[in-house]
Design a binder for this molecule. Structure first.
Ligand code: GRF
Length: 200
């Protein structure tokens, strides 16, 4: 008898290119998992469009829709639980995840960050700011990090890292594109690692 598929939710706010890479890997590598929910603070974005096109349920949820942070956190957690979500993947989600959710999914919630943590992480370190800071610091290499999410920004245990060179003449945009390509390989590898480890 085959095991039931592991139920995944992805959280995105933007283009969703990492989601696309993850989705492809789940299908092509036979990871025994499926995306059952795409959560976003934006009803219209590349990731939500992609989910709709693939027939994956979407949930637009933002704190503004609720009376306070507790109600928001409870509703988010309830949404995940009611769909039987077991693993949460943050892929370009630009909001802080409520602590109730990180606690409930400890060890089963991942994020990807476009730098080699613990360097260039923390508040304000997102998007192009990260790559600008890497160039300003004169780093010879950069990369991406997939890490477990806990209550602190970019501080959870590292699962996997990928490295890319910083080249002479790089602009933040050029470096960002090189790192993003690396992310598209890294995140599927990290998910595979997590799933294999959690399946014993
Ligand atoms: C990626 O660079 C990721 O590291 C960061 O946000 C970006 C998301 O890009 N957290 P996309 O939406 O997956 O294309």
């Amino acid at each position: 008898m085959s095991n039931p598929k592991r139920r995944l939710a992805v959280f995105c706010s933007g283009t969703g290119s990492n989601f696309v890479a993850l989705h492809r890997a789940v299908a092509e590598r036979g990871l025994g998992a499926e995306f059952v929910l795409c959560v976003s603070n934006r009803s219209q974005c590349g990731a939500m469009e992609f989910a709709r096109g693939e027939g994956i349920e979407t949930l637009h949820i933002s704190e503004k829709q609720f009376d306070g942070p507790e109600a928001f956190a409870l509703s988010m957690l309830q949404a995940l639980r009611s769909r039987g979500v077991e693993t949460v993947l943050l892929a370009g989600y630009m909001r802080k995840i409520p602590e109730e959710v990180t606690r409930a999914y400890r060890g089963n919630i991942l994020n990807i960050h476009p730098a080699l943590l613990p360097k260039f992480g923390g508040e304000g370190m997102y998007g192009i700011h990260v790559h600008t800071a890497v160039l300003k610091a004169g780093e010879r290499e950069s990369g991406a990090t997939v890490h477990f999410v806990d209550e602190e920004y970019d501080r959870g245990e590292i699962l996997l890292q990928g490295r890319v060179p910083v080249m002479a003449g790089d602009t933040p945009e050029v470096l960002a594109a090189r790192v993003l390509e690396c992310e598209h390989r890294l995140y599927p590898d990290a998910l595979e690692k997590l799933l294999r480890e959690s399946n014993g």
